[in-house]
Structures are given as C-alpha cells and as structure tokens.
Design a protein around this ligand. Structure first.
Ligand SMILES: N[C@@H](CCC(=O)N[C@@H](CS)C(=O)NCC(=O)O)C(=O)O
Length: 229
C-alpha cells in the first residue's frame, strides 16, 4: 500500500508500542542497522487516525518508508531493515538457513504466542486455564533449550534473526511468573534470555516515550547513546 509521506521529518515513520513484542523485534532490527526513524508511540486503546489510515488492521508495529510504502508486519519490517544493511549478519546465520529461522519464528507467532496470551491474561478469554497454556507454551521453550544446548544462540554461536525475533516473546512468557520460569530445567534458555535482557541493544529499544499525537515534535529513534569517558 502506498501512503502519503506525511511525516514532519525526513525519516521513515515507525508506529510502535514499547511493550509489544512484535514492535520490540522491529525496533531491534532498526537499532542493529542504525536506521534513524521518527517514532510514534501508540496507545492501543486509543490508536491515532493516521495509523488506521495507512493500516486499517490497527496493529503495531507499522513502518512507512520514505517512498510511502507501508509495512505492517513485524517480520517484514525486520527484513526491510536487514536487506538494506546487515552489519551483524542476522540474515546469514552461522548454522541453518533463513527458511529454517523463519520456521522457528512462525512456531512462535502461530503457536507459542497463542499460549503466551492465555497464560498471561487468562481473564481475557473464556474458560481459560492459565496453567494448561503455560504447559503448552513450555513445549516450545523446551525446543529452544534443546537448540541452545548445542550452540550459544539459536542458529549457531552468533546472534541471528531468530534470537532477536523470538527474544521479546520468551521474555514476556518468563516474566509472567519469573520465579516459576527460573525453577524450570531450562538452563541454556535461561542463560540466553539473561544475556538478551542485559544486552545494550535491548536497553536501547526499551526507552520510554510519551504517547504520540498529531502535531507533536518529531521523536527520533534509536535514542542517542551517551557514553561517559
Ligand atoms: N502479525 C503482526 C502482529 C502485531 C500485533 O498483533 N501487535 C499487537 C500489539 S502486541 C497489536 O497491535 N494489537 C492490536 C490491539 O491490541 O488493538 C506483526 O507481526 O506485526
């Protein structure tokens, strides 16, 4: 879909929501390539008209590039970024292929996320047993842990696309009941998650921004890094 290029800056526009794991994966890719965007923080219960005009399905993240092209799937935004520049070779895993990485991401988005939502927010769904969904989600965590037993990251000993695309979802699952998560026999996954959450790139995507409203001053993402000397 082609949308009018209506930002007040010359940067691509990213509609985002800080705690949304899909938006987090998009922001991770943007930080990895150092792409500057105009960030518009969305409150999901009060979506701006400008967002719905370009993407009526009303999910975040949404990216509008400088040609007015609209990307409203998080994986597409990651590819939009990484196909321009991929300094850490996220699309060239040390082991396996892009197709295999996408397969594991798909299992997250289509299966694990379903159970994550019902584990974390059982009251939002009818007749939902959080513990059942925790157990179903756990099966995916076991798959990840088994891979991480072999290599430090999911596709070899170097970070690649899948680590970043899945990390925000595993974090959300773990933090639903961190005490329980930490007691599970998933040592490799626990170490991988700790490294992800403690990483500099993670801290850079988690800055807080006020809700965007039309006419607001342009907010630049990623945030400027201040190094003390
Ligand atoms: N398949 C989409 C899913 C995005 C999505 O569902 N985002 C959630 C927030 S985490 C959302 O915007 N939901 C709409 C709402 O809650 O109104 C993607 O990968 O970008």
């Amino acid at each position: 879909m082609i949308a009018p290029t209506e930002g007040i800056s010359n940067y691509p526009i990213l509609y985002s929501f800080r705690r949304c794991p899909y938006a987090m994966r998009a922001r991770l890719a943007l930080v990895a390539i150092g792409k500057v965007c105009e960030l518009r923080e969305v409150v999901l219960r009060d979506k701006p008209r400008e967002l719905l005009d370009v993407s009526p399905k009303g999910t975040v993240p949404v990216l509008i590039d400088r040609d007015g092209r609209v990307f409203d799937e998080s994986i597409d935004i990651m590819f939009w970024a990484l196909l321009q520049y991929d300094p850490e070779q996220w699309l060239m895993p040390e082991q396996g292929s892009v197709a295999q990485m996408l397969e594991l991401i798909d299992k997250c988005d289509r299966g694990f996320k379903y159970h994550l939502d019902r584990y974390k927010y059982p009251n939002r769904y009818e007749d939902t047993d959080a513990v059942f969904h925790r157990a179903e989600g756990y099966l995916y965590l076991e798959i990840l842990n088994a891979r991480l037993r072999e290599t430090r990251y999911l596709f070899g000993n170097r970070v690649a696309l899948t680590d970043m695309a899945i990390g925000p979802f595993v974090r959300q699952f773990a933090h639903t009941d961190l005490g329980w998560f930490n007691e599970q026999p998933l040592p490799h996954l626990q170490a991988w998650l700790t490294e992800f959450v403690d990483s500099e790139i993670y801290s850079r995507i988690m800055h807080k921004y006020p809700k965007w409203e039309s006419g607001n001053e342009c907010v630049i993402f990623p945030p400027i890094q201040v190094h003390s000397i």
